[in-house]
Structures are given as C-alpha cells and as structure tokens.
Design a protein around this ligand. Sequence first.
Ligand code: ATP
Length: 271
Amino acid sequence: PSALREIMIQAPNVRWDDVGGLDEAQMRLKEGVELPLRSPQSFRQMGIRPAKGFLLFGPPGTGKTLLAKAVAREAEANFVATKSSDLLSKWYGESEQQVSRLFERARQVAPTVIFIDEIDSLAPVRGGGLGEPAVTERVVNTLLAEMDGLEDMQGVVVMAATNRPNLLDPALLRPGRFDELVYVPVPDAKARRKILGIHTKKMPLADDVDLDELADKTERFTGADLEDLTRRAGLIALRQSLTASTVTKENFAMALQEVRPSVTAEAEREY
Ligand code: ATP
C-alpha cells in the first residue's frame, strides 16, 4: 500500500488587504517573493539572485499561512501546501519520493510558492521530530537537495512555517536554503485594530461598537483569536434573535468572556 499523497495545486483567494498588521513581514515578502516571481527579468538585469527559502516563524495563529497564501495570490503564482507530517511515511523511501514529487509538481506549474507547515517536525534532534530520526534526516536531505537544485528564476519559491524555530535542524538555515527569516509576531493594539477591521468588514456592526476600544481590550490575542471573537459575537447576536440586524457592543462583550488569548506572555517571550 502506498501512502503517497496527492499534491494539490491551489489558487488561494487571499489578498494583501486580508492580512492585518504584519507590515514588515509583508514588505519583505513583497520584495523577496512577489517581485522575483513577477519580474524575474529585473533580477537578471541586476545580476542578483533572489532568495530561495523563507522561514516564517512566530506563535500559532498569527497569520503565517495567511501571508504565504497572500504572497502567492499577489504574485499570481500557484500555491502548493504541505505539512511536514504529510511528508513522513513509514514506508522506506516514500518520504523522499513525496518531497521530490512536490518539487516536480511545483516546477511543472511555475510560478509556484511551495509552503511547508510545521517544518520543525523535520528536526531529527532533541526529540522534537515526528518521525524516526533516520527518516526525518533523509527527508531533510532530500528537501535540501531539491532546494539546492532549484535554479534561480525558475519561478519556484519555498516558504516554510514554524511555531518552534529553536527546534529546527540548523542545516535548514544555511545560506542558499531557508536563509530569510521572517518573524510573524502577536499583534499590538494597532495591528489588532486592523485585524478586527478585516474580520468585521462584512458584518453589520451596531453604532455602539468601537473597534479601537475592542483592540485595546484584546491584549495578546492573535489574528486567529480575533477572528474567533468576531465570529462568536455574530453567533451571539443570532442566538438572541434570528432576525437581529446588527452585532452590538454587548454581543462583543459577551464574546470576550468566551475567548482567551491562545498565546501566553511567557510563550511569546520565547521567540
Ligand atoms: P499555525 O502556526 O497554527 O499554522 P498560522 O500563523 O499559520 O498558525 P493562520 O493559519 O495564518 O495562522 O491564521 C489562522 C486564521 O486567523 C487566518 O485564516 C485568519 O483568518 C486569521 N488571522 C491570523 N492572523 C491574521 C492577520 N494578521 N490578519 C488577519 N487575519 C488573521
């Protein structure tokens, strides 16, 4: 029985406008990923090679996957996403094969952004890895070989994400590999305000809803937490009356009782 998984090409529907408060990360990805995918000839003209691998790191729910989708969409590139756990097969040789197929598919449909989530699971050391050390090591080696083999301007960029950067195999971070590190932080109040704006864009808000105030009251909430908050406020409004026409300040106050920040201050300090 083969565990080789189907490789799905996606065309994500996320725009830069859907990403809130990650201006610096966004800027670096525009320059480092979008630009070379969109106009490789400009890089050629300048005689510089674009980076091949970008590592997004930061707490869960802060928008790493969202950023990767947005950059693919804005570059008009295809998006191929996988999790490290999907790459690890217990069948001999199959993990490496899966990695190679991923790159082959990506090249076929270039320009392509390859996104590898939970890349820390490929760490063979310190017990952080998912698979057997020998398997993860072979997968990492195949991944590195595939990345080394990507020629400049071939239109394939690799992005990976991790919540646990300190568990990464250092071999992944050497020059020419994941040599661009992009921190994706927990949002501050200004960023939370933007994220709340994004997730309430289609919501009929009552006049008494004050998003600035809400942003101030949601310290340490991630983008995912804020999305959850707005969704719950909407549900509470519906629960009170199916004919409710707006979501009110009180609905948000009740939702706030239900949602806690998913990242502790202590966990955040580890990045
Ligand atoms: P994980 O490490 O758990 O995979 P992640 O950092 O990849 O998390 P996402 O999957 O990108 O997080 O975020 C989950 C959802 O939270 C997004 O689909 C989006 O709706 C919302 N979200 C997170 N961050 C932001 C943000 N900066 N702006 C707008 N929405 C956000």
